[in-house]
Ligand binder design. Structure first.
Ligand code: PDD
Length: 287
């Protein structure tokens, strides 16, 4: 089956899809992106993801490449063409193509829009055995709230984690606190059963999954606190887990080789994943 990508107004064969070599995203990482999860043919939290895309664009003074309604249509059309049932939609907007100069182009350029999809196995309510994480220094810039394609520190941290046999990296700030994962938000459950995740500010990405889980915690009357937590506190926690559009809620059973709690998937993370999968099943069916 042919696989399509959307590139600046056209649905093209994924293998042939390309952008100009002077696209500012390619040369300067001058662009933003979003990842929307798809489960059982349903988009998860589409509205909040597109709202965050809008915010990222505004923060960097990049215009919308198409209308919001057109983007919603393109996402659905690409899902249909690629028969996407489970996986994700990736979308990227860059400032466009211009002669290389760090400053914004002085002549009007059209922002460039690219969308791809990725199939994966349907995410199960059962998290499996959980994952290991490895701590890495957080060496990123001070605007981690913007979802830009400038991801080299995240790339290097994730690679270091993978080389050590861990799935995700947890980024540690100058105070010894966990900011977030390389591509996920970080959570712990304290010995008192309190759910803790770092407050959102310029230091982390305000995850959409994080936000939805916060609402689910409230609905379930779980104790939820937003505050910094140290790596040492995380290692002594009852449970730990990560959240993102693609990993949903994934239990962390090991940090830097040390077991979290009894080293098995905890009850809270298991329950929250089940709730999240139920939430995902209630979304609008597209394919
Ligand atoms: N990553 N923090 C970072 C640094 C991220 O890159 C992501 C998402 C998250 C979680 O955000 P959300 O719940 O909205 O997915 C937190 C995506 C999935 C990616 O880069 O592939």
């Amino acid at each position: 089956m042919a696989r399509y990508a959307y590139v600046n107004g056209r649905y093209v064969d994924h293998r042939e899809a390309s952008v100009h070599i002077e696209d500012r995203g390619y040369q300067l990482a001058d662009g933003v992106y979003e990842v929307v999860g798809v489960r059982d043919g349903r988009l998860i939290d589409e509205g909040p993801h597109i709202d965050r895309l809008d915010r990222s664009l505004r923060e960097l003074r990049i215009g919308w490449p198409v209308t919001r309604a057109a983007l919603a249509f393109i996402m659905r059309e690409l899902m249909r063409r690629n028969r996407l049932r489970d996986g994700l939609i990736y979308m990227q907007v860059t400032r466009g193509v211009a002669r290389r100069d760090h400053a914004f182009p002085t002549v009007p350029v059209k922002p460039a829009l690219v969308l791809t999809t990725k199939n994966s196995k349907r995410a199960d309510a059962d998290p499996g055995p959980g994952i290991a994480v490895k701590s890495q220094p957080d060496i990123r810039w001070e605007r981690c709230d913007i979802k830009t394609v400038a991801l080299l520190p995240n790339v290097l941290a994730k690679q270091a984690a993978r080389e050590s046999g861990a799935y995700e990296a947890w980024l540690i700030d100058a105070d010894g606190c966990v900011t977030e994962g390389a591509s996920t938000n970080a959570w712990i459950v304290t010995q008192d059963g309190e759910l803790v995740t770092r407050q959102t500010d310029n230091g982390i990405l305000a995850g959409i999954t994080r936000h939805t889980l916060k609402s689910l915690c409230n609905a379930l009357q779980l104790k939820f606190v937003e505050r910094p937590f140290s790596l040492a506190e995380a290692k002594k926690a009852k449970e730990a887990f990560i959240t993102s559009a693609t990993s949903f809620v994934m239990p962390v059973v090991k940090i830097d080789g040390e077991a979290v709690g009894d080293g098995k998937v905890g009850l809270t993370a298991r329950r929250l994943r089940e709730e999240y999968v139920r939430f995902a099943a209630a979304g609008e069916a597209v394919t």
